[in-house]
Write a protein that binds this ligand. Structure first.
Ligand SMILES: Cc1cc2nc3c(=O)[nH]c(=O)nc-3n(C[C@H](O)[C@H](O)[C@H](O)COP(=O)(O)O)c2cc1C
Length: 193
């Protein structure tokens, strides 16, 4: 018997009405249903300054970055719903990755990412659902040694896609997003068996 897959889930948006926060919550439920232990966080609760090397040299790693690093270290998987800004990654998600990637004395380089497995999704009011941004997020994660699973869903027309209870109105789409979370849980379980 393998151990329970541990997954950190979050959206690359701080916005209170964020479609991506709603989407990742659905995927997190799918991962839990598949047996994973999921920690769903809101990056709004981990405010970080824009990465600045002078600031880091003067003050070291911000306390919130250390907290996030510990959350990354405690989990084997990353479930990320990444909004698309101008065809790419949001500054919030990139800034989070940048701070978490910073080397702390005694730690191995990229230890918060190395060997992790990730599943990606996105939601956008536009017709492509944020698909173009996911290409960039996937490339960044790959370069910092994160294995991203092929399951990936972009939800277009997000302003009309969600029901008031946070579920997706389209039951098939809802199940597919849950399936993304479940696929991540299964992949982690396979890799750790
Ligand atoms: C600076 C900026 C750039 C954006 N660029 C895109 C884009 O390239 N493609 C797209 O589909 N939506 C784009 N959008 C719209 C976002 O998809 C929309 O704001 C979405 O609600 C953000 O995700 P959230 O709801 O999780 O906060 C952009 C929004 C902002 C603020």
């Amino acid at each position: 018997m393998g151990t329970t897959p541990r997954i950190l889930a979050f959206a690359g948006s701080a916005r209170s009405g964020s479609f991506n926060k709603r989407l990742v919550a659905i995927a997190a439920a799918g991962a839990r249903a598949a047996g994973a232990d999921v920690t769903l966080i809101d990056l709004r609760d981990y405010p970080l300054p824009l990465y600045d090397g002078d600031l880091e040299e003067r003050d070291g790693l911000p306390a919130q970055a250390r907290t996030l690093k510990d959350l990354f270290l405690a989990n084997q998987g990353l479930l990320i719903s990444a909004p698309e800004y101008n065809s790419s990654i949001t500054p919030l998600l990139k800034n989070t990755i940048d701070w978490v990637s910073r080397l702390v004395t005694g730690e191995a380089p990229l230890n918060c990412f190395d060997g992790k497995v990730a599943a990606l999704m996105s939601a956008s009011p536009g017709a492509l659902g944020g698909l173009r941004g996911l290409v960039h997020v996937r490339a960044i994660l790959q370069n910092i040694r994160v294995l991203t699973i092929p399951e990936q869903i972009a939800v277009p027309n997000a302003a009309e896609a969600f029901a008031p209870d946070g579920s997706l109105k389209d039951a098939k789409q809802h199940a597919a997003i849950q399936g993304c979370g479940a696929a991540l849980a299964r992949m982690i379980a396979k890799l750790s068996s």
